[in-house]
Design a protein around this ligand. Structure first.
Ligand code: NAD
Length: 448
């Protein structure tokens, strides 16, 4: 593992000092989260369970628990008003055994290096589980994008891209959107990279706008995959999705379309939250009307055809399906026993701590883990990369059919492995993924 810290161009000592201060200052913590364990501790604990199960060596365990490459960079921004602000950015590449690194880029005041490490590790398992030819990566800048103009976000993105440029590329590491970033962010990264190498390279990012080589169906792929898996999980328990009740935490890129697809599939989406609050309607929320309300006001709060709900209580509603689609660590040891959902389908990465997992398993709650449930995003990112590298574009129908086929196959494989070995779906999925990564590593051998 190599850890690097960039120097600031021009070597301005006040900026150097500011970077050290920023890098060592704690990130703002998620207000709703009780930090019983960090995402990295959770990811490493899940890995340790599987290593014990598979009987792998300590050396292999250490390799899989540790990122192959980490880059921490200073990102100076010239503000619209003329002064300079400085941000810390990271890019972590967890594993390359199965192919180039792949993973999202997050803009959030909560970003820490450890969080990015955890997210990169989960990406390795997700890519292996869905059998896409990538290792895992993740990136982040500790910034609240809501506080900055579009021009400022463009400058931050371009500067961050130029700082991490030596380690990204269509054969090295391919970023994609995550919390706080979107297809415009990907367009700026693609342009900055392309200008730097002297020709257009659409395959350097996924989640691009369609007109720049994005794939049809990518923006809603994570949510569609969540919906496919949720329906399979309900049916597995003998419940019809039609008329089943659902609650969705988060109304961003994942939660919003997940609520829409679930509603289209006949589920009754009774509660939805965002970082500002939650709304409830026992007869089911009109998701399209709620989306229009959010577009107009910026939040689900105050939606007229609903009653307000304590956002924490959304997780404890007596529903058939709960979809956490916001941030890590929201279901923890303290609240897990109060979760009454029959099935949890993890749209977010890492929403459930290992301690909560044990409580939920004891209480008979079926948890479909993130590395399976939200893998539709990286799957269609892979489709986008394949299309961009071939300059040949598929129809929306082709993309959605391939997505449905591969999500269903992954669900069946994990369900069967879990039944065969008597494991939770998470341990089964992680175990299958770790076996695949390890097989690739063994076949390639350890250099030198
Ligand atoms: P986003 O920034 O588009 O949306 C995040 C949403 O969560 C917003 O509605 C925000 O208000 C809400 N939120 C934040 N904190 C909350 C809290 N404490 N309670 C309730 N709501 C809260 O981000 P996104 O892309 O939708 O990502 C959401 C999750 O899904 C993340 O864990 C991300 O890593 C994961 N994920 C995203 C993708 C993708 O393709 N975008 C793919 C796989 C996994």
């Amino acid at each position: 593992m190599t850890a690097q810290t960039s120097t600031i161009p021009g070597g301005d000592p006040s900026l150097e000092h500011e970077l050290r201060r920023l890098a060592s200052s704690p990130a703002v913590t998620h207000a709703a989260v009780i930090p019983e364990s960090t995402p990295l501790e959770d990811a490493r604990s899940q890995l340790a369970d599987v290593i014990r199960l598979l009987g792998y060596s300590d050396g292999l365990h250490a390799m899989l628990a540790t990122a192959r490459r980490e880059l921490t960079v200073a990102v100076p921004l010239r503000r619209d008003r003329g002064d300079i602000s400085l941000f810390v950015g990271h890019r972590v590449q967890h594993n390359f055994s199965r192919g180039p690194a792949k993973g999202g880029l997050r803009y959030s005041p909560h970003v820490t290096l450890d969080e990015v490490r955890a997210l990169a590790m989960w990406m390795t398992w997700k890519c292996a589980l869905l059998d896409v030819p990538y290792g895992g990566a993740k990136g982040g800048i500790r910034i609240d994008p809501r506080d900055f103009s579009v021009g400022e976000l463009e400058r931050v993105t371009r500067r961050y891209t130029s700082e991490i440029l030596p380690i990204i590329g269509p054969s090295q590491d391919i970023p994609a959107p995550d919390i706080g970033t979107d297809e415009q962010t990907m367009a700026w990264i693609m342009d900055t990279y392309s200008v730097s190498v002297g020709h257009t390279v659409p395959g350097v990012v996924t989640g691009k706008p369609i007109s720049l080589g994005g794939s049809l169906g990518r923006s809603s792929a994570t949510s569609l995959g969540v919906t496919h898996v949720a329906i399979k999980a309900l049916e597995h328990l003998g419940r019809s999705p039609r008329g089943a009740s659902a609650a969705v935490q988060g109304f961003g890129k994942v939660g919003r379309d997940a609520a829409r697809f679930l509603s289209d599939a006949g589920l009754n989406v009774v509660a939805i939250s965002d970082q500002y609050g939650a709304v409830f309607a026992g007869g089911g929320l009109d998701v399209a009307a709620l989306a229009a309300h959010v577009d107009a006001t910026g939040s689900v709060v105050g939606f007229p055809e609903s009653e307000p709900l304590d956002a924490e209580l959304l997780l404890e509603l007596d529903v058939d399906l709960l979809v956490p689609a916001a941030v890590e660590g929201v279901i923890h040891a303290e609240n897990a026993a109060r979760v009454r959902a029959t099935v949890i389908v993890e749209g977010a990465n890492g929403p459930t701590s290992p301690a909560a997992d044990r409580i939920l398993a004891d209480n008979g709650v079926l948890v479909v883990p993130d590395i399976l449930a939200n893998a539709g995003g990286v799957l269609v990112s892979y489709f986008e990369w394949v299309q961009a590298n071939q300059a040949y574009w598929w129809t929306a129908n082709e993309v959605e059919t391939k997505l449905a086929d591969r999500m269903t196959a992954a669900w069946v494989n994990v369900r069967d492995y879990s039944a065969k070995h008597g494991l939770t779906l998470r341990t089964a999925a992680t175990s299958m993924a770790v076996e695949r990564v390890t097989e690739a590593h063994r076949l390639r051998g350890l250099y030198p």
